[in-house]
Design a protein around this ligand. Structure first.
Ligand code: GN1
Ligand code: MG
Length: 386
């Protein structure tokens, strides 16, 4: 939640006033000092508020507005976040399995409950700021990749005994790649913005890979891979990394914690951590699948999750990276064809640029698939755990 310094937007008077008025409705301590917008993430709006304590120290909080266009039932999101944070905090205390000293906590609203609703119907919540940490949109070294993957693996472990019945599916079929593909076909057929002709190459690239979209769903239906409670948004900038030690401290962005497949989480790590290029890079020659980063992800993830994931899941670690990268390219292209309704965009063609980087990464993964699979087999032999 503390992003790289370049994504913090200096506050204007309007933002300051917004942060002050929302912040003051939560049970935060001290006098309001300042508020700033944190411009990361494509869905919610995030701000940081600083309050001065009576002893002169400063306390910071993260204040976030839930995007109701994406999360149709923000109360269900808050139900899940309450359950997950409570569960993790009690398990961390119980097992003394502290992932670095800080966990995510919701601050109660003054009027009661863990969220407030403003006059426009927007639901807001307030978290502690994870101090001394940064997030990376692009991983800088293999230690960060290892640490992030281990943190997401530990997260899956921590929520593994949270009954999935307690968690509401806030975005149904979120990673149902076959449905994502079908939606793209539907939108392309209607072509509401008249953009299809300009994206024929991207569209055909995706269509050529239709055979990939059902592989994990079929394995799930056959019982070969189990449904688990998973994070579902394991983009690498959703791990808070200690700025001085590069150690992962805390996993954030719990809005899509839902029943899902462990492989969707691993796949999104591959998508977001193996390339040195930004998600919206326009120079596609910069997009690469860096083998050392992939290896660090496998090591970190298996160190934390190797004892509970099964051999079929291990066999599909590489596939999951390719699949989730393809899935996100499908989602970005669908949104581009629909007129940019879902993801926040900051320039014309932004979703198309994002789609192109994903497709390039799919190609880079395909080129190195045998090497990647061989590495997984070397690290984890069938029938063993790690
Ligand atoms: C969205 O807002 P953010 O960055 O946490 C999206 C993810 C995508 C991601 C791509 C609810 O996440 O699924 O992988 O963008 N979240 C939702 O950067 O759709
Ligand atoms: Mg998210």
């Amino acid at each position: 939640m503390t992003p790289p310094s370049n994504s913090i937007v200096p506050a204007d008077a309007k933002t300051t006033e917004l942060v002050r008025s929302i912040g003051n409705r939560f049970a935060v301590q001290g006098e309001f000092v300042c508020g700033e917008e944190i411009n990361s993430g494509h869905i919610n709006s995030t701000y940081r508020a600083t309050y001065e304590q009576t002893d002169g120290t400063q306390q910071r909080y993260i204040i976030q507005a839930i995007n109701r266009n994406v999360f149709k039932d923000p109360y269900a999101v808050m139900n899940n976040v309450e359950k997950v944070t409570r569960h993790i905090n009690s398990r961390v205390l119980r097992l003394k399995k502290d992932l670095g000293g800080q966990t995510l906590n919701l601050f109660p609203a003054r009027e009661g409950g863990s969220w407030i609703e403003d006059e426009k119907g927007t639901v807001w919540r307030c978290y502690n700021n994870i101090e001394g940490c940064v997030t990376y949109d692009v991983v800088e070294n293999t230690r960060q990749a290892y640490q992030a993957a281990r943190a997401f693996g530990s997260f899956q472990d921590l929520v593994s005994d949270l009954p999935s019945g307690k968690i509401i599916e806030t975005i149904p079929n979120f990673h149902h790649t076959r449905q994502r593909y079908a939606k793209l076909m539907e939108v392309a057929a209607a072509d509401p913005m008249g953009r299809l002709d300009s994206v024929r190459a991207e569209f055909d690239f995706i269509r050529d890979r239709e055979n990939l979209v059902g592989i994990l769903l079929d394995l799930q239906a056959s019982g070969a891979i189990p449904e688990r409670v998973t994070h579902n948004d394991t983009k690498i900038n959703n791990v808070m990394i200690d700025a001085s030690t590069d150690e992962a401290v805390c996993v954030i962005d719990l809005d899509t914690v839902m029943p899902g497949l462990a492989l969707y989480d691993f796949g999104d790590m591959v998508r977001s951590a193996t390339s040195p290029a930004a998600e919206d890079e326009t120079d596609l020659s910069k997009v690469q699948m860096q083998m050392p980063m992939f290896e660090a992800l496998v090591e970190g993830y298996l160190d934390a999750a190797g004892s509970f994931i099964n051999d079929v899941e291990v066999d599909h670690l590489v596939h999951s990276g390719k699949l989730i990268t393809l899935e996100l390219s499908i989602r970005f292209l669908t949104d581009y064809l629909e007129g940019d309704l879902y993801f926040k965009t900051h320039r014309p063609g932004h979703n198309l640029d994002r789609c192109r980087t994903q497709l390039t990464l799919v190609e880079r993964i395909e080129e190195r698939e045998p090497e990647m699979k061989a590495f997984v087999r070397k690290v984890r032999k069938p029938g063993t755990s790690r």
